[in-house]
Write a protein that binds this ligand. Structure first.
Ligand SMILES: Nc1ncnc2c1ncn2[C@@H]1O[C@H](COP(=O)(O)OP(=O)(O)OP(=O)(O)O)[C@@H](O)[C@H]1O
Ligand SMILES: [Mg+2]
Length: 273
């Protein structure tokens, strides 16, 4: 982990800093983001511990990507305060590779200094794409392009990895492989991860904690205290899935889980905020 872990996203009071002497990977206090007077992020509070894997769920349009862009430092027109690590990287649903640069050059794009090709090669090997280093992006499959995008994030050696629906466009099989890859990278690297996903199962397979965003805030959170490696066959998995789907306002299909959570069990394991 880098020692220079905190960098403020926006200017604020000079004395402000990560409080209580505790080091967190992310801290957002009273975060506000408005578009044309409409509050998309509304007084949001969020803390991620170093090395923690957190999944962020929520209905379409509730502000998940907006939050990720702020944490990535791509959007600074905010109110409130946010601290994030200096070393952070983001991967989006669309891999956003530059078509005129070979894969390895894409991986190094934007890195400071003149990093050697070997740096890209190592990251590409880590995501199982060493053999496509010399390829043009348009010749990659969707899964390969996604892995190249992940390699581009990894060369930044992030303390915080921000993933915005990175597997959304992948077919079911490729998606499982990509999920395992992210789990492995996280295990090896020990960085904090914030994963935006629409897929409750994906959240439960990967995360230590699942958050539900609603009306611009974190409205609900639950720890995911299931043993790893995880499987949907775990009875605890089914219970958590039912609880989260219920919280998201999605009814489980009949026979879709062992437990259908009522409002009592929704309150039982997680926390309303
Ligand atoms: N640059 C912008 N200008 C105006 N409105 C914006 C802008 N960016 C986002 N919004 C609005 O903010 C709201 C939240 O958008 P955001 O992309 O964060 O949603 P999301 O939770 O990521 O949704 P999805 O799950 O569909 O990706 C939406 O209503 C969107 O239209
Ligand atoms: Mg989004």
């Amino acid at each position: 982990m880098a020692t220079d872990i905190h960098r403020k996203v926006s200017p604020g009071p000079a004395a402000a800093g990560p409080d209580e002497g505790r080091v967190a990977a992310v801290r957002a206090r009273g975060l506000v983001r408005e578009f044309g007077g409409r509050r998309v992020i509304d007084d949001l509070e969020l803390t991620l511990e170093p090395g923690e894997f957190v999944a962020l769920l929520g209905r379409s349009g509730c502000g998940k990507s907006t939050l990720l862009r702020v944490l990535a430092g791509l959007d600074r027109e905010i109110g409130g305060e946010v601290w994030v690590p200096r070393r952070k990287a983001v991967a989006f649903q669309a891999p956003r590779l530059m078509p005129w640069k070979k894969v390895w050059r894409n991986v190094l794009l934007g890195l400071p200094g003149r990093p050697e090709r070997a740096v890209a090669e190592r990251a590409l090997a880590e995501v199982g794409l060493g053999h496509r280093s010399d390829a043009w992006p348009r010749t990659l499959s969707g899964g390969e392009a996604q892995r190249a995008s992940l390699a581009r994030a990894l060369v930044r050696e992030p303390d915080l990895l921000l993933l915005d629906e990175p597997f959304g466009a992948l077919d079911a099989l490729t998606r499982i492989t990509a999920q395992r890859l992210v789990a492995e990278v996280w295990r090896q690297r020990g960085c904090a991860v914030l994963l935006v996903t629409h897929d409750v199962d994906e959240a439960l397979l990967l995360a230590d904690r699942a958050l539900v965003m609603e009306e611009g805030r974190i409205a609900y959170e639950t720890p995911v205290a299931l043993p790893r490696p995880r499987t949907p066959a775990d009875p605890g998995f089914a219970e958590l899935r039912a609880r989260l789907l219920d919280r998201l306002g999605v009814a489980e299909p009949a026979g879709g889980g062992d437990t259908v959570a009522g409002s009592e069990s929704v309150a039982a394991g997680g926390t309303e905020r």
